[in-house]
Unconditional design. Structure first.
Length: 523
């Protein structure tokens, strides 16, 4: 039997990631829905959201920088060094990360009251105390988080995507256990959710460690940091640390300002952003992740033709996926949020606040998708400085927008400012990569997307009006109506792309037909 080609392996990796990511995101939906039903947009939920952001503030930026920087570094190391040198490199980097995480954990435990006092100046009394307690419960997660991030980069560089996509599912399951079971063992109950958070990150690490051992590698403490690739990795991490810190600064700034607004503002923002980011996680990330790894390999091999061709195909896929998903979420926002959240303590007032915030958030989805992909192209070439600079510009726009728009729009101004900042970052990236010039050569593709998107939007509006989805009472009725509307609109969208002979649409059709024929033959 002939071995699979690079394109076939890439397609298989994408489909495998998509399948596991879909299951993981469904479990994430379930987790968020349970949290909303159990605590609603309340003081306790606000305190939990603020406390859970602190590990990200202290170490999340480092973790994200490690994941992205490790992929090209490991790709080069595997190609040019033996197993012994590779193990020495891994041990030195991991030791640095674990020592840094332990220091951050100690500082977080000691200074939790001062940190919460600064970040959540609108918290007082019981709300402030709850945030401090939960911060101290969740801060140790950064020790497990640091190792998990490094292992993720190593496994992704080797195109081992099973553990990477299964790990979030494990995290969600353990956190659901925390909400349903552990919360009953604590008083107040929300503290059990914090315990489940820390336990879930530890379980993620426990899942990834055996996968590393299967590749003949282990995590070993060392106190020598003389490997030449350690310095190059740190240099590569620097600009990306700035880039990932920028997004965390935006997140923390929004929550700092929201802490002084009406109770429930922080949790409503969190619920809105959770759903708005689903397309990036379920559909777009499975496409970007294997492409990023393969682009890093093409760049390492100095294969410019293969790099450019794959980069453009990836860009077309991102645009083709982001447009219909954005339309579905924007037009059907109320029934979607009702199905996900409206139960238990998540009442009509919570829905009203969350749905209005969601509309502003979802407008940023196409910008986030395109910017994320262009950043990955840059990271594959080991150029992290350009996206870092643009991200800092976005932070400035976001902060300025927060200060101006909140005076007129309140909490809605926070989300709208973030959307403006995301589009600013996207425009800067597309300009630097001459995306307009590249797409200008593909007017047929751009025109096909425009026509298909317009027809799809009209269909979604029509279905929403005919089925009265905003007022349907039963959860199954809402799910059926949203599913029918979305499926019909997507079918028409795909049909128009096939009519215009868009290659990506034809690839999906041909693959689906092959799988159908194989299934019928086996049956």
């Amino acid at each position: 039997m002939a071995s699979p080609t690079g394109s076939q392996r890439l397609r298989r990796s994408t489909l495998w990631i998509f399948a596991l990511t879909l299951v993981s995101r469904i479990s994430g939906f379930f987790r968020t829905s349970i949290l909303a039903a159990a605590f609603g947009t309340s003081m306790n939920t606000d305190a939990w959201v603020m406390a859970s952001a602190l590990p990200s503030l202290l170490f999340g930026s480092v973790n994200q920088a490690v994941v992205v920087s490790t992929v090209p570094a490991m790709t080069d190391a595997r190609a040019n060094e033996g197993d012994a040198e590779l193990q020495r490199f891994i041990s030195q980097v991991w030791t640095m990360l674990i020592l840094g995480a332990l220091v951050m954990t100690l500082l977080g435990e000691v200074f939790a009251p001062q940190i919460i006092g600064f970040l959540a100046q609108g918290f007082h009394g019981a709300e402030r105390e709850r945030a401090i307690v939960m911060t101290r419960i969740m801060i140790p997660s950064i020790v497990f988080w640091s190792s998990s991030g490094f292992l993720t980069g190593i496994l992704q560089a080797g195109e081992n995507f099973f553990g990477l996509t299964l790990a979030p599912l494990v995290v969600n399951i353990v956190q659901i256990f925390g909400i349903l079971v552990l919360s009953r063992l604590f008083h107040p109950h929300i503290d059990g959710v914090a315990v489940g958070f820390t336990l879930s990150i530890a379980m993620q690490l426990a899942l990834l460690l055996p996968l590393l051992r299967r590749r003949g590698l282990t995590l070993r403490l060392t106190f020598r940091f003389d490997h030449p690739r350690v310095r190059s990795l740190l240099q590569l991490m620097g600009p990306y640390f700035v880039l990932s810190s920028a997004s965390n600064i935006e997140l923390i700034t929004d929550r700092m300002l929201a802490s002084s607004m009406a109770v429930g503002s922080i949790s409503a923002m969190n619920f809105a952003f959770t759903v708005s980011q689903v397309p990036l996680g379920i559909i777009i990330a499975p496409v970007i992740t294997p492409i990023f790894t393969r682009l890093a390999r093409h760049h390492s091999a100095s294969d410019r033709e293969a790099f450019s061709g794959l980069a453009m195909r990836g860009l077309r896929w991102v645009l083709m996926l982001a447009l219909p998903l954005s339309l579905i979420l924007f037009i059907l926002n109320v029934p979607i949020l009702r199905f996900v959240y409206e139960r238990g303590h998540f009442n009509r007032a919570s829905l009203h606040l969350t749905s209005h915030l969601f509309v502003y958030a979802i407008v940023a989805l196409p910008a986030n998708a395109l910017a994320t992909y262009l950043q990955q192209i840059s990271f594959a070439t080991k150029n992290t400085r350009r996206p870092a600079r643009y991200s800092l510009v976005g932070v400035g726009v976001n902060i300025a927008g927060n200060l101006i728009l909140t005076r007129f729009m309140g909490v809605y101004g926070l989300v709208f400012a973030t959307t403006i900042a995301n589009w600013t970052n996207c425009i800067l990236l597309t300009s630097s990569y001459n995306v307009r010039r590249h797409l200008g050569r593909q007017l047929r593709f751009v025109g096909s997307l425009t026509v298909a998107g317009s027809v799809m939007a009209l269909m979604l509006v029509g279905f929403q009006w005919l089925l009265d989805l905003n007022h349907t009472r039963q959860a199954l009725g809402i799910a059926g109506g949203v599913g029918l509307s979305g499926a019909a609109a997507l079918a028409v969208f795909a049909g128009i792309l096939l009519f215009f002979r868009v290659p990506e649409a034809r690839q999906v059709r041909d693959y689906a037909l092959r799988r159908l024929k194989r299934g019928l033959a086996l049956g």
